[in-house]
Design a protein around this ligand. Structure first.
Ligand SMILES: [Zn+2]
Ligand SMILES: [Zn+2]
Ligand SMILES: [Zn+2]
Length: 334
């Protein structure tokens, strides 16, 4: 998953929006796609997205933007029948008698008595709760003595029979239309692109998990955190936590950066984090490298004092950071 730096910065911009982060986080955590639904207004909605993004129009624009950037990909596809006037996708379907226009068609199933070959409506075989062939008068004991051989529709008004009744669709806003006039709306599901799941997973799931860890350990936490260093320059790190020691005098702080790559993380990630931590001087500077740190990255870090945490997929990174915090706490009390 090598993401070009240009693409990455465009993505970073999109991902800095809190609503975008929240929605993608939900989709990835719940391993879900955005699926179309028909809302109470009869129109097509992406309800999970609308809960976060706002109304249908904003959601549509959001999906469009995410798809263009390759963060979402189009998945399964279907055509929904809609009213030609209101585009409602919840028409009621009725069957109409071609002769008298009544909508009182009754469906009848034809069955054949295999023994004598007689065919009639299934209701004709019912003799006061017992199945009896109306032709040969033999009682029928097992289902396999009968064979279903199709069905027809009978108008309860004029008794006209047909096997292909007229289909009438009615919109809940009052239109009626036939199969010639209906419209079809193409709707898709959208899934988070596989190649960006790993990147997002760590930005959207690992960072919040670290925030929770630090908060529960009594830190005041920011994520992402923009802080002013000693030089006066501002630096942004993924997670920053600060707490005042037991004596109320000493401040304990930790800065955490997450670096994700397809292969071992390169020295540039270490150098860029060092440029920040050198200026910010946190007590503990942790660089989480997923899946690992390259040898060159480890070597260059020797003089930097950054604590490297390597984790193959980010799943155990929180545990590893917790262990670091615990051992840092113990070292202090000894
Ligand atoms: Zn309509
Ligand atoms: Zn009729
Ligand atoms: Zn029979």
């Amino acid at each position: 998953m090598q993401v070009s730096s240009e693409n990455r910065s465009g993505r970073q911009k999109l991902l800095s929006d809190p609503k975008t982060r929240e929605l993608l986080r939900r989709l990835i955590m719940e391993n879900k796609s955005l699926a179309p639904d028909v809302g109470p207004d009869g129109l097509i909605h992406y309800l999970v997205a609308e809960q976060v993004i706002g109304d249908a129009k904003a959601t549509e624009a959001w999906i469009d933007e995410m798809t263009k950037d390759g963060i979402l990909k189009k998945g399964a596809y279907k055509e929904l029948v809609t009213c030609p006037v209101h585009l409602r996708a919840d028409p009621q379907v009725q069957l109409e008698c071609a002769k008298c226009k009544a909508r009182k068609m009754r469906k009848t199933t034809l069955v054949e008595h295999l023994y004598c070959g007689y065919i009639d409506a299934d209701s004709k075989f019912d003799q006061g709760g017992f199945l009896v062939c109306p032709n040969c008068k033999r009682p029928i004991h097992r289902a396999d003595e009968l064979r279903s051989s199709g069905g027809w529709y009978e108008c309860q008004n004029c008794l006209t029979k047909t096997s292909v009744p007229k289909v009438v669709l009615s919109c809940r806003d009052g239109d009626e239309f036939g199969t010639n006039d209906l419209r079809l709306a193409a709707v898709y599901t959208y899934a988070v692109e596989d190649s960006v799941v790993a990147q997002l997973k760590n930005a959207l799931i690992l960072a919040p998990a670290l925030v929770e860890l630090l908060s529960s350990a009594g830190f005041k936490v920011m994520s992402p955190a923009t802080l002013q260093g000693r030089s006066g320059t501002s630096h942004t790190v993924d997670v920053y936590g600060e707490k005042t020691g037991d004596q109320g005098t000493e401040t304990n702080d930790v800065a955490i950066q997450i670096a994700v790559d397809a292969a071992a993380v390169e020295p540039s990630a270490v150098i860029s984090f060092f440029a920040k931590t050198y200026d910010l001087r946190p007590k503990l500077a942790i660089l989480i490298t997923i899946p690992s740190a390259s040898e060159a990255a480890k070597q260059i870090n020797e003089g930097y004092g950054i604590t490297l945490v390597e984790d193959s997929d980010g799943a155990s990174a929180v545990q590893k950071v917790k262990a670091l915090l615990d051992s840092a706490g113990k070292a202090k009390t000894q």
